[in-house]
Design a protein around this ligand. Structure first.
Ligand code: TXA
Ligand code: MG
Length: 357
């Protein structure tokens, strides 16, 4: 299949013909990758089984892992969610459009293929003018997981989507680099108290301020040895996602001690002949790049500009391209906002952590 690439930019928006073509692909049951404020999504008509099947196939994703429906307007929610609880209304008023996905009881029209057989459905209204224009033109809820091959880091550039999806999908909308760089917060609003199933840019504190109380799925807070009996409630959270090819370890602890420990480990690797210097990757932030004169240090974002994690997935892909065989990463524990970044890091590292006192 020939994958067509069209452009959207904040200055010029879409070419009208391009947008009509993207909508036509969705109407014909095809797949369009599109930018959002979090990561690129791989979209298909959320109300058609064949489209969902194509998404699983293109990603190589297990079909028990449900998809998020993306909507352009509040009025679309009524056609897919059985009941809209008051907390959901409050959260939507505060955070939609935005990086928040809510889980509702589903209406019958939403096929099992989209929800992985669950009787609930995940819904999000992205805060991205290009995504909203595309969704409005499509006119249906668009099912979209992150547009990466299953097990690869989520795409934050159209080039990443191309790497994974070229020849497998109908169209890619190139909207440049995304703003946040990691996936939305998922909140289950079907019970009495909302429960966070996946941390994201919208933090626990931000949600608590709006709805009073919120819980977090205990399965996503654990690190170190994963206990088999604590299955996460968002099926996708159980898979080892975002995995770079290199063996990765997160050095958890305060600076400058963690950086010191990482430098020592690098020297040890080099002197023992375990790895060549160019085979050692260091994952840090813009402010700390200078701390690592040996090895290949890349920044996942900036602490001072509040963009921790913006380049995390991009950098994980870069380490693969550089042929790095081992990655030593700083931890991100200093604020509630970083919980999401730390969660992705720990998954990339397969929960491999060194505690630094
Ligand atoms: O930011 C995002 O959320 C991006 C962009 C494209 O919107 N999308 C995204 O989709 O991250 P995906 O498929 O990579 O992750 C969806 C997650 C999975 O962990 C899945 O298990 C969970 O949402 N999920 C979907 N429907 C669910 C449901 N009904 N109940 C519990 N978890 C659900
Ligand atoms: Mg994903």
């Amino acid at each position: 299949m020939d994958t067509k690439c069209i452009k959207w930019s904040p200055e010029t928006g879409f070419d009208k013909k391009d947008l009509a073509q993207a909508a036509a692909v969705i109407a014909a049951g095809g797949l369009v990758a599109f930018p959002t404020e979090t990561v690129y999504g791989l979209g298909g008509d959320g109300l058609r089984r064949e489209a969902a099947k194509k998404i699983y196939e293109a990603k190589g994703r297990p079909s028990d892992n449900p998809l998020i429906l993306h909507i352009a307007g509040w009025e679309q929610l009524g056609s897919i969610a059985e009941r809209i609880p008051l907390v959901a209304e409050k959260l939507a008023r505060n955070f939609w459009p935005g990086p928040l996905t809510m889980i509702f009881r589903k209406k019958d029209g939403v096929p099992d293929e989209t929800t992985g057989g669950l009787d609930t459905v995940a819904v999000r209204m992205p805060d991205h003018p290009g995504a909203l224009a595309f969704l409005a033109a499509a006119g249906v809820p668009v099912a979209a997981p992150s547009a990466n091959t299953s097990g690869r880091p989520s795409p934050t550039l159209a080039a990443h989507v191309k790497e994974d999806m070229d020849g497998k999908i109908d169209m890619i909308i190139d909207g440049g680099e995304v703003g946040i760089g990691y996936e939305s917060t998922i909140v289950d609003v079907t019970g009495k108290t909302p429960v966070i199933l996946r941390p994201g840019f919208i933090t626990c504190e931000m949600i608590r301020e709006v709805v009073g109380s919120v819980e977090t799925d205990p399965a996503i807070l654990q690190y170190g040895q994963v206990e088999e009996d604590v299955a996460p409630r968002a099926p996708g959270m159980k898979y080892r996602h975002y995995a770079p090819r290199a063996k990765m370890t997160v050095y958890r602890g305060a600076q400058p001690a963690a950086a010191e420990k990482i430098r020592q480990q690098i020297l040890q690797y080099i002197s023992a002949g375990d790895y060549r210097e160019d085979e050692i990757g260091i994952l840090t932030t813009e402010e700390s790049l200078w701390q690592y004169p040996r090895g290949q240090a890349l920044a996942a974002g900036s602490r001072s500009r509040d963009t921790e994690g913006k380049y995390l997935y991009k950098v994980l892909r870069q380490f693969d391209e550089l042929g790095v065989r081992v990655i030593l990463s700083e931890g991100f524990d200093d604020s509630p906002k970083c919980e999401a970044v730390m969660n992705r890091l720990l998954k990339a590292a397969g929960q491999h952590v060194v505690e630094v006192d």
